[in-house]
Ligand binder design. Structure first.
Ligand SMILES: [Zn+2]
Ligand SMILES: [Zn+2]
Ligand SMILES: [Zn+2]
Length: 257
């Protein structure tokens, strides 16, 4: 059997404000190391010849241009916070290029929010494709894209029911404060884990550094990359605090399976 190649690109590993933060002069914000410049949290996953986004943050257009992304067939949504959703209108470029729709996968909570706020994007195409043309697809069970399994992972993000996504043996868990016991069997034998790590101090709806390192140890992926970081976490200082098997993600990081 032919193995489908899966290539991950971290489009953004910043928190809602991005780094540098507006109005800040801290070490991270003044750094000229590209690994301290973080756009809003998102990934692009090439599964065979299909292009899949995780979330559509407000930096989507610049991320797509930076990484040369020309094709998006589907979006796997984690939740409807602005930093993960509000770039949705820029999907129209991908619809226009292929003169076809983009599929949006998510839970009820997220898809209801999208239907309420972006109803114009769920209509049939106009003759000039001047709006996004999106179809929603509720998912509660694993499904396949080009022979690779895609699994929604229920997570808690403060009071919100959010999703992480596992594609093959790599999982993207952003924006979470807790992983329910019932999701743990879905996270076994991971090769790579991308994991929420907001800042040094605790925060009600996210993992902070100590909690993130605890979960990394507990989930025991072969390698874990920290994502969704504020400017309070400087790339080199944070890297020095990471145990073996844990590293700090950066925008543009690519992994191929
Ligand atoms: Zn977020
Ligand atoms: Zn700063
Ligand atoms: Zn969020």
């Amino acid at each position: 059997m032919m193995m489908t190649s899966v290539q991950w690109t971290v489009l953004g590993c910043g928190s809602s404000g991005g780094s540098p933060a507006i109005g800040c002069d801290c070490d991270t914000c003044r750094s000229d190391d590209a690994r301290n410049r973080r756009t809003r949290c998102s990934a692009y996953v090439r599964i065979g010849d299909s292009g899949v986004l995780i979330d559509t943050g407000p930096d989507l257009r610049q991320q797509a241009l930076r990484e040369g992304i020309r094709r998006v067939d589907a979006v796997l949504y984690t939740h409807p916070h602005a930093d993960h959703l509000n770039g949705i209108d820029d999907l129209r470029a991908f619809c226009y290029v292929k003169q076809g729709p983009v599929l949006l996968y998510g839970n009820d909570f997220t898809l209801d929010n999208i239907r309420r706020r972006f109803d114009y994007a769920l209509a049939p195409p106009s003759p000039v494709w001047d709006k996004p043309v999106l179809h929603t697809e509720l998912v509660t069970q694993p499904f396949m894209i080009n022979g690779v399994s895609v699994t929604p992972i229920p997570l808690r993000h403060g009071g919100w029911p959010c999703l992480g996504w596992r594609i093959g043996d790599c999982a993207w868990l952003t924006d979470l404060s807790d992983i329910p016991d019932s999701s743990l069997p879905l996270l076994q034998d991971l090769d790579t884990l991308f994991l929420d790590c907001l800042r040094p101090q605790p925060y009600p709806s996210h993992l902070h550094l100590a909690a993130s390192l605890d979960w990394a140890q507990r989930l025991a992926a072969k390698q874990t990359f920290l994502i969704h970081m504020t400017h309070q976490l400087e790339y080199h200082a944070l890297s020095a605090q990471c145990p073996p098997g844990v590293a700090v993600a950066y925008d543009g990081l690519q992994l191929t399976f």
